[in-house]
Ligand binder design. Structure first.
Ligand SMILES: [Zn+2]
Length: 532
């Protein structure tokens, strides 16, 4: 065969194989401009009060302008516990986060033989997507072969392009630490890799602008700095400046959508939780050990050595209980026993320890300084109990309705001080919607529904405790900043109530007083995929 003929055949074979592969290969289609798409911008740790303050001052001009052509939800209701990642779930699926198969950023699976502590902080963040239930499909999965992308999210199963700026986020979070200042002063590398929160958010927005050029069907952008800043420093003027800076960056993203002609792109600006300042950091495990002899271990804050969770259950066999921190304002306590079942009020009030003594664990917890609420199930009648230093109450569920009664003393949730909620106490069954409406302006908006639905889950912890105002449950917890000055995770108004802005093409602007995160998720799914 002539050399030229051989080349011709070789070319034909390559061409045929290439064409066949192209048929088989899933199309990572760049969407037509006319097809519906969404960009979800999540501001991590957005304080509703400070957002309103900045809005009134006219310091958030881009968000204000967006609100004028959008649905504005004054009181969006976050997931409980109010946790990063976990609380992204309802926006993607239209379901309450406690239906996801995970119960926060950290929880404990009694039934596993190894890796019982499910900790998604650190390199193990990849485990979150594995642990979340397969059904329903999230927005990324529903987008099929279309291009989708996310920046700084680990709740993103099925996404085509996942960008994480973890190192820049870390250097921003620990700005001012001496070792970091030294690193930052190095020529070239210093400026390149060490970022403060402002530079980091600009870098995030730049990445988002590049992604937009490929017209993502679903785009998720997390602006993480308000949360990170508040944890380390509490709330001060820099927190306010960060909100203004994020408003500016959102302005650039919106301008880019207009320039690219993304006329069918919906825009959601949401948050996963608010923030609460902290002045005192508690070590509840130490207190419990001293006061009762309970053998309890606190799960570590982050896993840096591996992407897997492998500690065998046998390593915990000498313990009575395990303490799992969420955010830093809430925690789960799991009792470790052979039955591996969830324990309720009756068992916990007469808990036999490995040292032979018997304790009333809920009572021990609630008398501890800095603990506000203790939530647990009654294993006999299926009610959920709320204990506080002032008194106790109980929630009964029947069908899809909830009744709330005071058991002893003063209402732990303070509903007695709110006329609309007060009328529903000791007064029969009401739907979750009725309870949300009645408790919206109380210190515990939507707690009847959010608390009951989480605590009644089989694997959500035998006890859930939340910190009182100004306290957290995470003394000397984190490696770099041992004690936080702010946080989230609990269920009070400051952390559970956040604003949402949702722009949908061809929709009139309107204001809603309240909406749960999952109901906003339903609106997005309905717009993109026609789901009812
Ligand atoms: Zn968060």
């Amino acid at each position: 065969m002539k050399a030229s003929l051989a080349w011709f055949f070789a070319f034909c074979i390559v061409f045929i194989v290439w064409t066949l592969l192209d048929v088989i290969r899933p199309k990572q289609g760049i969407e037509a401009l006319s097809s519906k798409s969404v960009t979800i911008i999540l501001i991590d740790g957005l304080s509703q009060d400070l957002f309103n303050e900045e809005l009134l001052k006219g310091s958030l001009p881009h968000l204000q302008k967006l609100m004028q052509r959008s649905l504005y939800v004054e009181n969006g209701i976050s997931s409980f516990p109010t946790m990063t990642g976990y609380a992204f779930y309802p926006f993607l699926t239209g379901l309450d986060a406690c239906q996801s198969g995970i119960y926060g950023l950290r929880w404990f699976d009694k039934e596993r033989e190894k890796g019982q502590l499910r900790n998604y902080v650190g390199r193990t963040n990849v485990q979150m997507n594995y642990d979340v239930k397969a059904s329903p499909q999230n927005l990324f999965e529903l987008a099929g072969t279309s291009y989708t992308c996310s920046i700084n999210s680990y709740m993103n199963r099925g996404v085509k392009e996942s960008v994480k700026t973890g190192f820049a986020h870390t250097t921003a979070k620990y700005e001012g630490k001496i070792w970091l200042s030294n690193l930052a002063s190095l020529p070239w590398i210093g400026k390149k890799v060490i970022k403060n929160h402002f530079l980091h958010e600009t870098a995030v927005a730049n990445l988002a602008l590049t992604q937009l050029e490929s017209n993502p069907k679903v785009q998720w952008i997390t602006f993480a700095s308000p949360d990170a800043y508040n944890h380390v420093n509490g709330t001060d003027s820099i927190y306010h400046h960060l909100l203004r800076h994020i408003d500016f960056e959102i302005g650039r993203i919106l301008a880019k959508c207009r320039a690219l002609g993304h006329e069918q792109r919906a825009i959601a600006v949401v948050s996963d939780h608010g923030i609460q300042d902290v002045h005192t950091n508690l070590d509840v495990c130490k207190t419990l050990k001293q006061n009762t002899g309970l053998s309890i271990e606190r799960g570590k804050s982050a896993v840096l050595y591996s992407t897997d969770l492998t500690t065998p259950a046998s390593k915990l066999s000498t313990l009575d209980a395990y303490f799992v921190i969420n955010g830093n304002l809430s925690a789960y306590i799991y009792v470790l026993d052979a039955a591996k079942k969830k324990l309720g009020k009756q068992s916990l009030e007469r808990l036999k320890l490995k040292n032979g003594t018997t304790i009333n664990l809920p009572q021990e917890l609630i008398k501890t300084e800095g603990i506000e609420l203790c939530l647990l199930m009654d294993e006999v009648n299926g009610d959920m109990y709320i204990l506080s230093k002032k008194g106790s109450s109980a929630i009964t569920k029947s069908g899809n309705k909830y009744a709330y009664r005071i058991v002893k003393g003063i209402d732990p949730l303070g509903y007695e001080n709110h006329s609309e909620a007060k009328g529903r106490i000791n007064n029969g069954f009401f739907t979750s919607e009725e309870w949300l409406k009645a408790t919206l302006y109380s210190e515990y908006p939507d707690a009847i529904y959010r608390f009951y639905e989480l605590v009644s889950q089989k694997k959500s912890g035998d006890l859930v405790i939340t910190a009182a105002e100004g306290y957290d449950l995470a003394s000397n917890y984190e490696a770099v900043v041992s004690n936080y000055k702010g946080g989230h995770g609990s269920g009070g108004r400051k952390v559970i109530s956040v604003p949402y802005i949702y722009y949908q093409p061809q929709q009139q602007e309107r204001v809603e007083k309240y909406m749960r995160a999952e109901d906003l998720g339903k609106l997005i799914r309905n717009y993109l995929f026609g789901e009812k």
